[in-house]
Design a protein around this ligand. Structure first.
Ligand SMILES: NC(=O)c1ccc[n+]([C@@H]2O[C@H](COP(=O)([O-])OP(=O)(O)OC[C@H]3O[C@@H](n4cnc5c(N)ncnc54)[C@H](OP(=O)(O)O)[C@@H]3O)[C@@H](O)[C@H]2O)c1
Length: 315
């Protein structure tokens, strides 16, 4: 049962409305990168789903490849036992042997079967992978809308030029491009520098920010003495972790002046101040609740500038 109502915002220029913060579900069933089955399992992620809804967050992002379909299956199972249906986004991976538009519709039907749904809310192209042209997949997205299999369509990991090309094809079919989901956080500000955030504003495409906590680094819990486990430990260690400590210190300090907000909550709020929708992944009810605490308050313009400055050398 929902305990809170969060005001929703439109996704791009579509009729679809979503909460200004969503939940990423890559963790739900993925053992290779996230260690599903070691330290957290089905009960914990069901609790994360329930806690998100209880906090009023109703936007969930999955993909056919997460946990090789497990994430979609979990989400489908959780949604079927729930009264109000949340907003569900999933993704198509243009694997090199998927060569024509029909491959997208058939993959979407398989996702729908795993999710136990007749229609998703947002269907996204996961990566602009060769050999099939961006234009072909955009046209296939319009086919998916025409077939009633999705309400809205988006892309992911598209640069500004690829996004413009997809947007143009969809526009010719009368379908708005709702969103572009890209990596964006205080440790990865490329979208501000490579023209993507500006192009999203110009076209009215919502920027969905993935890895908004820099895979947990912006929560402040990882330090050189306590590096992250598994594959993350290869990228985030030693000097790199030492280098981000002043930033997490500033996040903590700023959070203090907002009634004790945690570093991760401040990092998510910063993204919302930049007009992005963050979709932090959550492995437990506690993490889901914490992340929802990024909503309901706002950083001042001065704090955003201070965080911009502190993250500049790191991002
Ligand atoms: N389109 C794409 O190509 C793409 C790529 C990547 C991700 N995504 C999407 O974006 C979502 C989010 O990105 P992400 O999962 O890469 O990274 P993220 O959201 O930056 O980090 C998630 C991780 O941070 C830790 N965490 C989360 N909330 C926390 C809290 N409140 N307190 C302490 N630790 C917390 C958890 O890991 P630990 O507890 O193990 O530290 C969690 O698994 C994914 O689930 C997926 O839906 C999309």
């Amino acid at each position: 049962m929902k305990e809170q109502i969060i005001e929703t915002i439109p996704l791009g220029k579509t009729a679809l409305r979503v909460t200004p913060l969503g939940v990423g579900t890559w963790q739900w069933g993925d053992s290779m990168f996230w260690g599903y089955g070691k330290g957290y399992a089905a009960d914990e992620i069901k609790a994360a789903f329930d806690a998100s809804l209880a906090a009023g967050i109703t936007f969930f992002d999955t993909a056919e490849i997460y946990g090789q379909g497990k994430s979609e299956r979990f989400l489908g199972r959780f949604v079927s036992g729930n009264g109000d249906r949340p907003v569900i986004a999933t993704k198509f991976m243009p694997l090199p042997w998927r060569l024509g538009k029909g491959a997208l519709l058939s993959a979407l039907r398989s996702s729908l079967a795993r999710l136990g749904l007749a229609q998703v809310d947002l269907y996204q192209i996961h990566w602009p992978m060769a050999p099939v042209a961006v234009e072909t997949w955009a046209d296939a997205l319009a086919d998916a809308v025409a077939a009633g299999l999705t309400r809205a369509v988006g892309v992911s990991n598209y640069n500004a030029d690829q996004m413009r090309r997809a947007h143009a094809v969809l526009a010719r079919r009368g379908v708005p491009l709702a969103s572009n989901q890209v990596e964006y956080s205080l440790l990865h500000r490329a979208p501000e520098r490579n023209g993507l955030a500006d192009a999203c504003r110009e076209l009215g495409v919502t920027l969905i920010a993935y890895s908004p906590l820099a895979k947990g680094m912006l929560t402040g819990k990882y330090t050189p003495a306590n590096p992250p486990p598994g594959l993350r430990g290869r990228r985030y260690r030693g000097e790199l972790l030492a280098g981000i400590q002043p930033l997490t210190g500033l996040l903590r300090e700023i959070g203090g002046s907002h009634g004790g907000k945690a570093p991760g909550q401040v990092a998510l709020n910063w993204l919302m101040c930049k007009d992005a929708i963050p979709i932090p992944g959550a492995k437990s009810a506690r993490q889901a609740q914490d992340n929802a605490g990024a909503l309901g308050w706002r950083l001042t313009a001065e704090e955003v500038v201070a965080l911009d400055g502190a993250s500049e050398p790191l991002s």
